[in-house]
Design a binder for this molecule. Sequence first.
Ligand SMILES: *Cc1c(COP(=O)(O)O)cnc(C)c1O
Length: 389
Amino acid sequence: MHYLKKELEELEGEGLFRDLRLLDGPQEAKVIIGKKQLINLCSNNYLGLSNNEQLKKAAIGAVKEYGVGSGASRLICGNMLLHKKLEERIARFKKTESALVFNSGYSANLGVITSLVGKGDAVFSDRLNHASIVDAALLSGAEFKRYPHRDMEKLETLLKCSSNFRRRLIVSDSVFSMDGDLAPLLQLVSLAKKYDSLLYIDEAHATGVLGKKGRGALEYFGVEENDFIIQMGTLSKAIGSFGAYVCGVKTLIDYLINRARAFIYTTALPVCVCASSIAALDIIEGDCLLRDKLREKIKFFRDNLRSFGFSVSNDPTPIIPLLIGDAGRAMEFSRRLFEEGVFVQGIRPPTVPKGSSRLRITIMATHEEKDLCYASGRIANVAKGMGLI
Ligand SMILES: *Cc1c(COP(=O)(O)O)cnc(C)c1O
């Protein structure tokens, strides 16, 4: 173990050592950590659904009726009624022919990308795509071509000399998880069409948040369903539950059931989790109350930070990065805020590129305005103290 210990000490020296924070009580807009109450500014539970009464009731009901474990993989005997109901519910929500549930967003990306492309194919991936996409592309064995963040000219240059590949797959987050900006989806769609490529869109941070009905960024941009577009999203963030979905045409779903190893070789999700996801989709599609609240709070907080002199974009997403640069300084910022009752994690390499360590602030529909005011005031204070603004 001594060489592991040495490596950890090296990490510590670079300000890159990570450890776990323990939350007492539920995942909410305010959380308890070590008997201290803090305003939670780093959860992906954007709509505050993860501790919602309807979601809890649905899970409890499903446990009573079906138990906890699902006993086997979907293809053996683990395929239960609520898996099917959830997939039908997702397809209806996303207006696609079909949908398939995976056990997490990480395994969905792994499963789909590695089954769609392999040796002789090429993956075109935004440089700031989520780590699970990077891992999937590397594991697939396809040529991995990364283009600079949102750079459609560079992407087209790469696509232009890609005719020797059997299949082409363009992959992008729709909302970038650490920057909160949007992919240029309309251009991605037209490039995919022009260069006969599949387009895989990860809607992890857009599902339930963007679009009139909360269907995601494709809805936000008005992109029609098309058989070369593959949509993926998680059920673990704004949906407040767990797992992930892939949706598109039925042929795609049949293919994944036969080919995606991350779907085939794993035990099916507990159905209580599926019951909660269905309840969340009913809430999200049922009315826009939570979404409107979230939108208001996002605007409020972005404006607030700007008024203190931070450079903050107008993106319609709940993810607001405050760039610091140095990893140690980002962690110092986070520590000082913690002392003031504001919980924001620092984000360091390899999650973000070297020299772009940051605080990643996330807003929830259930944040109270007075708490957001307090938090932005503290953030500004600490930033001033550290000479950042
Ligand atoms: C969180 C995230 C994932 C992984 O989803 P999990 O359900 O947490 O495994 C995948 N892609 C993106 C863009 C994400 O932000």
